[in-house]
Design a protein around this ligand. Sequence first.
Ligand SMILES: [Zn+2]
Ligand SMILES: [Zn+2]
Ligand SMILES: [Zn+2]
Length: 771
Amino acid sequence: MTARRRLRVRVHGVVQGVGFRPFVYTSAAALGLSGSVRNDTSGAIVEVEGDPAEIDHFLARLRDRPPPLAVIESIETHDIPTVGGTGFTIADTSRSDGGRTLASPDVAMCADCAAEQRDPSNRRYRHAFVNCTNCGPRFTIISALPYDRASTTMASFAMCAECAREYADPADRRFHAQPVCCPNCGPALRYRDGDGGITDGEDALLRARRLLRDGGILAIKGIGGYHLACDANDERAVAELRRRKRRGDKPFAVMVPDLTAACAIAEVDDSSARLLCSPQRPIVLVPRRREARTADAVAPRNPDLGVMLAYTPLHMLLFGLPGDDAGPAVLVMTSGNLGGEPICFTDDDALERLSHLADGWLMHDRDILVPCDDSVVRVVCVGGADNQTESLELPIRRSRGYAPLPIALPVSVPPTMAVGADLKNTMAVADGKYAWLSQHIGDMDDLATVSAFDAAQRHLQQLTAVEPEVLVADAHPLYRSTAWAHRNAAGRPVRTVQHHHAHIAAVMAEHGMDGSQQVLGFAFDGTGYGSDAAVWGGEVLLANYKGYQRLAQLSYVPLAGGDISVLRPYRMALAHLWAAGIEWEADLPPVAACPADEQRVLRQQLETGLGCVPTSSMGRLFDAVSALTGVRQVVAYEAQAAIELEGLARGVDGGATTYTFDIDRSGNPALIDPTPVIHAVLHDHRAGVPTAVIGARFHCAVADLVVRLACEDRDASQTVALSGGVFQNALLLHLTLKQLQTKGFHVITHRRVPPNDGGIALGQLLVGNCG
Ligand SMILES: [Zn+2]
Ligand SMILES: [Zn+2]
Ligand SMILES: [Zn+2]
């Protein structure tokens, strides 16, 4: 008989609040091992004793088949003296030593809970708050670690005897599920109409569904805040929501009850389907089906639809279970706020700030501790080998369902906070080889967002226990995020990082590069403060974390009047025509769109440089081409002109004609001159070539440009990094990747953080510590 063995196993990672201890318990029991499992602040500690071969099996299970929501970062084992015994126990949470646990993100309702909600014989039939160790709110209800009910917003709900029994039973799937509750002891639903009339319980749901069916606008409390909902097939209701939200043409996301309903309104491929059904349940951008009844006003002139599946038990009830009166089959679900403001997440705030936006409120009394917007992801088809298509998940907004999962860093850093940039702000903290990015905070253009930043930052620090010794900010002297860092430095160093260097560092970090090699970084985006105080955005940087060399840039054109030229692409088109020495002929769409007075002032500005900043922005060049081809002259949301141009060009063959940028290598950096491309666009436009074909040729020209520059600088690096908001363009990313791979480059693109400024904090963490 072999000698018994006892092991202490330390498991680091996301193992609290994800059913890890019951899993350990059942695994050990099945293998006849004795011992115990407990949480501590760095994860979980397991002791197992028994037959050495069974212990090996046990360890293999830990590694290979952990619960679906667990993220195991490491497993350390030590032999310790045997103590005998036969039972296996789950010890209570202890706060023994240092180290760090990782909080779980919020998780969509699981299949088991959904089945209970539909089962008339189950005690949680029709329960709006059903959850278990595999699902439910986490990040948005936890105030501190370790993860115990007392430190969540469920603390005020005393468990009934039956829930308490499930919670205490290691064999139950609700063992230590902190938000566990039932209709007898959990939160309650309430509907409030526009006049303040109150309806409770099931009738609240009926009223809410009726409001939606009658074309009204409902404020509904979700996981990370309030949404505004209306019937997505009702053109009038959607237009009214758009008017009240002062939303312009910015697309709304829609919610459907299941995948079948998603496929009815959009073209959902396998990868998108997997994402839609994942526990994160993000909004997935998918091509819309023209024949679907979805109102045009949901996403005017946009080729895609942002679709998500119902992710809370309350959403499922709102759509209706079998036997309920039918409500709308597709709902607009947009964040509960006025355009630009942070999302409402407290009941008082929702009643006040949404009073002119909503006709009724579907609320409940489980508090949301921190706001967290829905995440947005798109799938980009990339060329695989031998006609195999491969696809790539591209995060556009990393928030609910993902925050605060850590991102492993390739190099160790001291405790650091990076404050991100001013658009699509996301901040981050790091310590050692872990970085935690906050949820999406928003554009730092008003006080409300700055205070949302404060709150998000405090919460993230509580959950991670990182005490930053260094702060890192964007080099832009006027960014509010940078000012925040200086204001809150309290004697700590504030290091600043060039915007596009941070973009490239972010994609390097995601791919585990330790910085010993340089990459050819293409940072194409709308804006970013350059080291010469110009507005950069069409940059080719030879970079590692320590520094960068600007190998090439898009030639400067004057950006006249700052933001006004961002909102009016016709002005960028006129600036590019002026820079290319082309007359402003009245037949050109941007010339026709620009009032005569404005033309006069603009010409004067361009000629004198008064009120102009030089810009090398690739985003602005897309705007200019969109205006030149008559696609869009004025935008209501960021990148609208480029998105509509991409929408037209998708799936269109540009034919044999190609547009080519000039590259002037006489200076340093090399200058990329778009003049020949502008000429070619005008020539085709005047010759009556369809706009979609011109758009396709322009996208190819930008992809060709990247490939040409990469080939010319191949000696410097074989690795090409693509980042910046312009690479959210699925067509451009697809074309660029395919050609670079054909030429044998190793190409790295974003998979975990967005290519836009929502990913910049990750790059700041590394550059700020390695520079
Ligand atoms: Zn569940
Ligand atoms: Zn209960
Ligand atoms: Zn940027």
